[in-house]
Design a protein around this ligand. Structure first.
Ligand SMILES: CC(C)(COP(=O)(O)OP(=O)(O)OC[C@H]1O[C@@H](n2cnc3c(N)ncnc32)[C@H](O)[C@@H]1OP(=O)(O)O)[C@@H](O)C(=O)NCCC(=O)NCCS
Length: 374
């Protein structure tokens, strides 16, 4: 807290713009996309419906949904030089860095790249939503020294993402829970990466630039990177019997436990509740409860010791592990969903633009006297 007017560290609680896209209703523990409860969308709608809702501004009817899916299928392709670039980047590069380069490269072949009109932005958003799983799939296949698989038009977006990443046809359960996680990850108001995208767009820069910047922001462990950091923690703990002691020791060392706490939610992240419930059903069905059991002890210990709750990144970690996904693809998968929310914000910003340029509270010296170097 501070007594300086109009200033809060980290902009906490500061309203930085108007938006009709998403509302975090911390008062009733609900997340709303354009008026719709996400815990319903996540279980009952396909991710494509949510993508349409965010990018086009409304839920599609049957005909529109079918056309939207067809369009997504058409664009699940990236140009040869982009494929070569993705393969040429050092194997040590994190997939988020590769994705950042890949999205940036896609701009070069997008016919609407410099057009910031509403319709052009919608077209670009749909194309990028299609292309991001392809970029991730090409990279993963390259790292695993196998040929990339071709997108499958009979699979939905969640199914294609799993197919492209794992190179194995996903079953219905895997597709369903991936669909749920993508829907829950799709949008979240003025979070750090979305704000990055809006600042970039407000200079009248283009959608690809805004999304590239947003990917860089999402990578950090205080934001999207938390799902990977949470899984790394669960792996280090290794067994439910060791979880309580591990958390107590980490807290004694004043460490932050990844996947807990939130800037806006104060008692509960409804996304976490929805994903955990679905994840537990899948873990039981598959007889693979090792990490969900460790997670439960960590969650209970954090509740007891710090009264802190899990955010969506915590169940996401062990759910993606259940799906056999490599840990360093977790944040890129988050980006594959959030591109729809980022795009909705870029479109909204461009449709009613004012340059975002806040002021700083200068704390440096004044009236220093210049002297020539001696
Ligand atoms: C999300 C997050 C950045 C929000 O941060 P914030 O609003 O700036 O809150 P702060 O970091 O100031 O935390 C407030 C207090 O709660 C504690 N806290 C918050 N999250 C914590 C965590 N994950 N583990 C341990 N303590 C935590 C802080 O240490 C601080 O305690 P203090 O007042 O005794 O110093 C923060 O909760 C965090 O770092 N979480 C872990 C990363 C994560 O999961 N990110 C994904 C978000 S969806």
């Amino acid at each position: 807290m501070t007594d300086k007017p109009n200033y809060q560290p980290g902009l906490e609680g500061i309203i930085a713009g108007e938006s009709a896209i998403c509302k975090v209703r911390a008062d009733v523990d609900k997340l709303i996309y354009r008026g719709y409860d996400t815990s319903v969308l996540a279980l009952e709608a396909e991710f494509e419906e949510t993508a349409h809702l965010l990018i086009e501004g409304r839920l599609p009817n049957k005909v529109e949904l079918s056309a939207f899916k067809k369009e997504l299928n058409t664009h699940r392709i990236i140009e040869k030089p982009t494929i070569e670039l993705i393969r040429a980047l050092p194997n040590t590069m994190h997939p988020m860095d590769v994705l950042r380069c890949g999205v940036s490269a896609c701009a070069g072949w997008d016919p609407d790249v410099g057009d910031n009109s509403h319709d052009a932005n919608v077209r670009k958003a749909i194309r990028l939503t299609s292309k991001i799983p392809v970029i991730l799939g090409v990279r993963q296949a390259h790292l695993e020294k196998r040929n990339p698989v071709y997108p499958d038009p009979t699979l939905n977006h969640a199914g294609n993402l799993l197919w492209l990443l794992n190179g194995k046809k996903p079953d219905e359960d895997a597709i369903r829970i991936m669909n749920t996680s993508l829907t829950l990850y799709a949008e979240h108001g003025f979070n750090a990466s979305t704000f990055t995208a809006r600042v970039c767009a407000s200079t009248l820069s283009d959608l690809h630039s805004a999304i590239t910047g947003a990917i860089g922001t999402l990578k950090g462990p205080l934001h999207g990177g938390a799902n990977e950091a949470a899984m790394a923690m669960l792996e280090v703990i290794g067994d439910a019997s060791k979880a309580e002691a591990w958390v107590m020791e980490a807290l004694a060392q004043k460490k932050k436990i990844m996947g807990f706490g939130h800037r806006v939610y104060r008692t509960c992240d409804s996304r976490s509740v929805t994903l955990k419930a679905e994840g537990l059903k899948l873990a039981q069905k598959r007889g693979d409860t090792k990490y969900s059991e460790i997670a439960e002890v960590v969650e209970q210990t954090m509740k007891r010791e710090k009264n802190l709750f899990t955010n969506v990144d915590f169940p996401c970690a062990w759910v993606y592990k259940l799906l056999g996904l490599p840990v360093d693809t977790y944040t890129p998968i988050f980006a594959a969903a959030r591109v729809t929310g980022w795009s909705a914000h870029v479109i909204e910003q461009h449709d009613n633009n004012r340059l975002i340029r806040p002021s700083e509270d200068y704390t440096g010296p004044m009236e220093m006297e210049y002297k020539k170097p001696e």
